[in-house]
Design a protein around this ligand. Structure first.
Ligand code: URA
Length: 272
């Protein structure tokens, strides 16, 4: 009696398991969308190679990308934004990164751009994608507690990510995706001009410092972050990502050390 139902359910369950394994971890629409039907230019530009990493950890990747690449478009478009609102609008209109096609929302930033303190994570997860705000899921709650421990909340900090769109299934962003989004985050920093930057996790630290060194070696260290549009370098602290701390609570002690150093730096920085 179970045969046809059982078989049908088994087939459906297998198809669902296949989709989950492929990274489709939530339903975002009633009707399927053929992503391969997107214009060729959109897909082609998403595989632009990342520029070579700079030689020293304290230098961001500022070498101009090849003139005819998607990264060159990103550079030009980001450089043309003179305000945060213009940068947000430019990102919302940018078709060069295929992640936009699968994301629900652009995740631009949250908090107070006047606070002097800018935190930069990796990429939105499912909760952030749904709400259009960075760090609002479980790791965001830990980040809020870490900020509270040094007397700050989102009125006293400004938060963004290297990538403004969620990679499907929370996979690791590719070097090509990061190269495409880097000009926007560099411009974001230039427009906010914070007194202090916190690089949250290895992806953020490596991308903005232009180094291949891992977070284990970078965390707890201060770097001078600079880019062509900044009048002077900004002190940047690398620290562990809260998602890593949730998986590895024994490292919370090191993160606490980093936040105490951050607090001290904030107190010694004029008027932050
Ligand atoms: N992890 C990040 O790096 N950024 C977010 O916004 C959420 C989780």
């Amino acid at each position: 009696m179970t045969s046809s139902h059982g078989d049908g359910r088994g087939t459906l369950a297998a198809a669902l398991a296949w989709q989950v394994a492929a990274g489709a971890d939530e339903a975002v629409g009633e009707a399927p969308v053929d992503r391969y039907a997107q214009p060729q230019a959109v897909r082609a530009s998403s595989v632009t190679p990342m520029p070579a990493a700079a030689a020293t950890p304290a230098k961001p990747m500022t070498a101009p990308p090849p003139a005819n690449s998607g990264a060159a478009d990103a550079h030009r478009i980001a450089a043309g934004a003179d305000t945060l609102e213009a940068l947000r609008a430019a990102l919302a209109a940018f078709e060069g990164c295929a992640l936009k096609q699968t994301a629900t929302n652009l995740v631009f930033a949250d908090g107070n751009p006047e606070s002097g303190l800018m935190l930069i994570g990796e990429a939105p997860g499912a909760d952030e994608d749904r709400m259009g705000l960075p760090f609002v899921g479980v790791s965001g709650r830990l980040l809020d507690r870490m900020l509270a421990a040094i007397g700050r909340d989102r009125t006293g900090a400004y938060i963004t990510n290297i990538l403004p769109w969620r990679p499907p299934g929370n996979r690791q962003p590719t070097p090509a995706e990061m190269a495409l989004c880097l000009p926007f985050v560099q411009r974001h920093i230039e427009l906010v001009r914070p007194r202090i930057i916190v690089l949250i996790g290895g992806t953020s630290a490596k991308t903005l410092l232009g180094t291949a060194e891992g977070i284990m070696r970078l965390r707890g260290r201060w770097f001078d972050y600079s880019s062509p549009g900044l009048a002077h370098p900004i002190p940047a602290l690398a620290t562990f990502h809260p998602a890593y701390l949730l998986r590895t609570p024994t490292q919370k002690r090191e993160a606490w050390r980093d936040f105490l150093a951050l607090k001290k730096k904030i107190e010694s920085a004029d008027s932050i």
